[in-house]
Design a protein around this ligand. Sequence first.
Ligand SMILES: [Zn+2]
Length: 152
Amino acid sequence: MAKRQISEERKVLYYIGMGVTAIGVILFLSVFVRALNPSSMLDDMVSGNPMASFMGPPLIGFIMIAVGNVLRTIAARGAYGSGLMLDPEKAREDLAPWSSMAGGVIKDALEEVNIAGSKEAIKEVIKIRCPHCTALNDENSKYCGQCGQKMI
Ligand SMILES: [Zn+2]
């Protein structure tokens, strides 16, 4: 039951990711704010660093947006579910809250395959022994597949 819930750590990680993204967006947009304020750009030129207002905060902001998105993806889908670590079984566990929300499509489909497979196995269990060599043969076979003699 616990596996179907998103853990507290992952929720916290999700909010951290959201915070990092938000700060990144503010930093990224700061270049436009500064562009609307000529005196601040003049300050940069006077200080001998005319590109500072374009390359500094926006670049850091862009990186923070990217990092924040990665953190949120990992938090939402788990380390395995997001493909950070490869393990199909654990990915299924990580994605359990999501697949159960969507009507359990992935999980149910996998379980249906298993049920279909086990039905097939039950059908093939019916075998009869050859009276001559005791080899197992299909129920309706007339001759033994092992020794070739009649099954009666
Ligand atoms: Zn036989």
